[in-house]
Design a protein around this ligand. Structure first.
Ligand SMILES: Cc1cc2nc3c(=O)[nH]c(=O)nc-3n(C[C@H](O)[C@H](O)[C@H](O)COP(=O)(O)OP(=O)(O)OC[C@H]3O[C@@H](n4cnc5c(N)ncnc54)[C@H](O)[C@@H]3O)c2cc1C
Length: 438
C-alpha cells in the first residue's frame, strides 16, 4: 500500500471507514447502522462474485453467541433456512483409544452451534446494507494508500474503473484479512507462523444421516472435521501437509472418497459423493496490537487462526460486537484514544484465550511422540468423563472469556437518527488537513 496517497478526484467524509467487506467488515457495517455515524465500506470483490475470498465455497460453524449477534442485527432470518444445527460434537484420535463427546442436551442447550454457508451469510449481510444517507459502499474498490493526521485519516480508494477517490474518516477499521495492508500501513506488525498444513474443503454425502453430529478426528497428518449440513451432506475439512494437498486436489472423486473413508472410518457408512474441492494454506497470524492511532484492527487482520476449532469468525464477530457497543455508547468519540484503549482492553482476554486454545490444539495433536499420544488420549477420556470441562468448553466457544458484548446476549444497541451529510462536513475535525503520520 502506497503512503502518501495518490491525488484523488473527489473527497468524501465519514466517521468510520471499514476497509474490507468480508465476513467481519460487512458484519460491522450492519452493526453500525442507524447509530448516527456516517460509515464507508470499501471492498474490492462484490459479495456474490465467484472470486470473493470471504464469502466463498466454505461453510462456517457459528457459536450460539454468534447466532445471537446475527439475530439481534436482524439478519438471521435470511440465513436460518440454510443453517444446520450441531447437536453433538465427537472428538477422537485416529488409531488410539481416547475420544470425547459434548452433547447439547447435556449442556441444557438446543444446539451447540449452527453451520451456515458463507455465501448465504454474504447475501444476508449485504442485503441489509441498502444504500442510505449514512452509508456509502465503495465496491469494487480497494484502499491503495493512506495518510493519518491528528484528527482523521485520509484513504485513497481506487475503484475498478480506474478512478481514485479520497475518503476521510475519524476512525479506520482494518478488516482486510490476515495479510492486512491497512494494518501494515499503520505500522502494526503481525507475528506469522506457517503451520505447514493445508485444509482441503468440500462436501461429502455419507450413506447414513449425520444426526446433527460434528466430528473432529485427529489423524497423523492433521485434523479432519465433518460438520453436518443440509440435504444429509457433511462439510469436510481435511487438513494435510501442503505437498499431499497438491496431490489430493488432482485426484478423482473415487480416489478422494476412499482416502476420506480410510481416515474417518465407517461411523457414517460409506461416503457416496464428493463436492468441489478447494485448498487453503494454514497459518497463525497475530497482530501485535489491536489498535493504532485512529485505527482499530478486527477479524483476520487482528488474528488469523487454524480452522481446527471453528473459532476464527466467531472471535471476529465478537470484535465487531464489542467495537459497535463502544461506538454506540460514545459515537462522538470515533477514533478517540480512550475509546481505542477501551477496545484493546476489552478484546485482550478473549483473543489471548482463543488463540492459545486453537494453537495449543494444533500443536498437541500434531505431536508424533508416543508419550504425548498416550497423555492426550487419557486427556480426551478424562474430558469425556468430566462434565465441568465440557461446560467450560461450550462456554469458551460462546466467548465467555471476559465481558460478553450486548449483541451476543441478544441486547440491541442504542440507535440514533442518521446525521445529515452536510452536518458531517461542518465537523471541524473532519475539515482539518491530514498531518504527520501517527
Ligand atoms: C478452511 C477454513 C474454515 C473455517 N471455518 C470456520 C468456522 O467454521 N467457524 C469460524 O468461526 N471461522 C472459520 N474460519 C475462519 C473464518 O473464515 C475467518 O475468521 C473469517 O473469514 C474472517 O473474516 P474477515 O472478514 O476478517 O477476513 P477475510 O475473510 O479474509 O476478508 C477480508 C476482506 O478484505 C478484502 N480486502 C483485502 N484487501 C483489501 C483492500 N486493500 N481494500 C479493501 N478491501 C480489501 C478482501 O477482498 C476480503 O473481502 C475458517 C477458515 C478457514 C480457512
Amino acid at each position: 500500500m502506497a503512503t502518501p496517497h495518490e491525488p484523488a478526484a473527489s473527497m468524501s467524509m465519514c466517521d468510520v471507514a471499514i476497509v474490507g467487506g468480508g465476513m467481519v467488515g460487512a458484519s460491522l457495517a450492519v452493526a453500525l447502522e442507524g447509530m448516527g455515524l456516517k460509515i464507508a465500506l470499501i471492498e474490492p470483490v462484490p459479495h456474490d462474485a465467484a472470486a470473493q475470498p470471504s464469502f466463498d465455497e466454505r461453510t462456517t460453524a457459528l457459536s450460539n453467541g454468534s447466532r445471537r449477534v446475527l439475530e439481534t442485527l436482524g439478519v438471521w432470518s435470511e440465513v436460518a433456512s440454510a443453517a444446520t444445527p450441531i447437536r453433538r460434537i465427537h472428538v477422537s484420535d485416529r488409531g488410539h483409544f481416547g475420544f470425547a463427546r459434548i452433547d447439547a442436551a447435556e449442556q441444557g442447550l438446543d444446539a451447540l452451534g449452527v453451520v451456515v454457508p458463507n455465501r448465504v451469510l454474504g447475501r444476508a449481510l449485504f442485503g441489509a446494507l441498502e444504500p442510505r444517507a449514512d452509508f456509502e459502499l465503495h465496491c469494487p474498490a480497494r484502499v491503495t494508500g493512506l495518510t493519518a493526521g491528528p484528527d482523521s485519516v485520509e484513504l485513497s480508494v481506487a475503484s475498478a474503473d480506474g478512478n481514485t477517490q479520497a475518503v476521510r474518516a475519524r476512525l479506520v477499521v482494518a478488516a482486510d484479512g490476515a495479510g492486512s495492508a491497512v494494518r501494515a500501513a499503520f505500522g502494526v506488525p503481525a507475528e506469522v507462523r506457517d503451520y505447514e498444513q493445508t485444509a482441503v474443503i468440500t462436501t461429502v454425502t455419507p450413506r447414513k444421516f449425520h444426526e446433527h453430529v460434528a466430528y473432529e478426528r485427529f489423524t497423523e497428518s492433521g485434523p479432519l472435521a465433518l460438520l453436518p449440513t443440509t440435504q444429509g451432506r457433511c462439510v469436510l475439512v481435511l487438513t494435510v501437509k501442503p505437498d499431499r494437498a497438491a496431490e489430493i486436489m488432482g485426484w478423482s472423486d473415487a480416489q478422494f472418497l476412499a482416502e476420506v473413508q480410510r481416515r474417518f472410518g465407517y461411523r457414517l457408512g460409506r461416503f457416496l459423493q464428493a463436492g468441489r474441492r478447494v485448498a487453503y494454506p494454514l497459518a497463525l497470524s497475530r497482530s501485535l496490537k489491536t489498535s493504532a492511532h485512529r485505527c482499530v484492527i478486527v477479524g483476520n487482520a487482528a488474528q488469523g487462526l487454524h480452522p481446527v476449532a471453528g473459532m476464527g469468525f466467531n472471535l471476529g464477530l465478537r470484535d465487531v460486537a464489542s467495537l459497535a457497543e463502544l461506538l454506540a455508547a460514545r459515537s462522538g468519540e470515533a477514533g478517540d484514544p480512550t475509546l481505542l484503549s477501551e477496545y484493546d482492553a476489552w478484546r485482550a482476554a478473549d483473543r489471548r484465550l482463543i488463540i492459545a486454545f486453537t494453537d495449543g490444539l494444533v500443536r498437541l495433536f500434531a505431536n508424533p511422540l508416543a508419550p504425548v499420544h498416550h497423555l492426550r488420549n487419557l486427556g480426551l477420556l478424562a474430558f469425556d468423563l468430566f462434565p465441568p470441562a465440557k461446560s467450560a468448553l461450550s462456554a469458551l466457544s460462546t466467548g465467555a472469556a471476559g465481558r460478553v458484548p450486548k449483541l451476543a446476549r441478544g441486547v440491541a444497541l442504542e440507535r440514533r437518527a442518521p446525521l445529515e451529510r452536510d452536518a458531517r462536513v461542518r465537523d471541524p475535525a473532519l475539515l482539518r488537513a491530514p498531518g504527520a503520520a501517527p
